[in-house]
Design a protein around this ligand. Sequence first.
Ligand SMILES: N[C@@H](CCC(=O)N[C@@H](CS)C(=O)NCC(=O)O)C(=O)O
Length: 328
Amino acid sequence: MAMAVRCACNATVFTASASSLLRQPRSIKLSQFCETKLGERSSFLSAKISRSSSNFGREFVFVTRSAMAASFENGGILDSKSPSPSLFDGTPRLYYSSRCPYAQRVWVAVKYKGLNEIECIEISLSDKPVWYKEKVYPVGKVPALEHDGKVTGESMDLLTYLDEHFGGPKLTPTEESKKQAAAEILEYSDTFNKLGFTGLSMKNSTPDEIGAVVAPAFDFLENALGKFSSEGPFFLGDFGLVDIAYAPFIERFEIAFGEIRNYDIKAGRPKLAKWIEAVDKVEAYSSTKCERKFLLELYKKMLDGDYFVRVGVVPDQSNSGGKPVAAN
Ligand SMILES: N[C@@H](CCC(=O)N[C@@H](CS)C(=O)NCC(=O)O)C(=O)O
């Protein structure tokens, strides 16, 4: 598919698009891309692309001709060179980055609920558009949702917000026993992430030493997955909020622990292994996944540069002889 795109279209414009498509192969209507010459017809075509975006899995939203040109050159991601899309015109918009696990949560929810009325706009985190912080979301983080004349963030809050204000399948359970289980498992989510990033940051430790730190986190999941396992492979039996909250992080931990720290998160945890298999079959989730190789390289780079220590997610271990300090 990428070859056909390259042959039929302007090479400069489509090399970037094709590579982003390669990251996430999709069933794309080639004619829509091939007709797009960024010329007189671009407004019409942008509308056409935007309207049929739900067919793509990954949404492309191009509001102006120049925004379209800029985002095509950057694989559909708006960066510092891209003009802002329309703001506060009544269209709900999700701002996200496919590499951000927090934003991925909300993106999955939008897809799972089939909310085609929400425009999903991917922005570059390494070359963020200035207008994002100035005009859209002063906090400057993704995800953020524009709806009803305001912009709000925080992935977990947004999942609940989507469930309360939009249609589609419910993410939150209605049964009392499941509500309580969901609250308990979700309460652990920040601790889980922190322990995971702490373990990954243990550069000078053996897999056993790393395991001693992170095993409780993965054991917690294995145990939680046992609660409703007679009803299905997901945390509460059926796919929902809890799965969405954990999936993007488990996706990254599975790759980075296995391939960088030589620690297999699934070993001795059959329910977790089954959950990973099951969640991969949920199209709304699997279609948001970055390519494994891309995430591996990203995490190698982040861990080499002590990213999680620098941003304060993980305590500095430089004064502890390379051994972990508690992540609470
Ligand atoms: N607590 C927030 C965390 C969001 C977050 O940290 N997002 C990161 C990307 S993964 C971000 O936008 N960082 C700002 C930046 O990279 O400039 C949530 O759950 O939504």
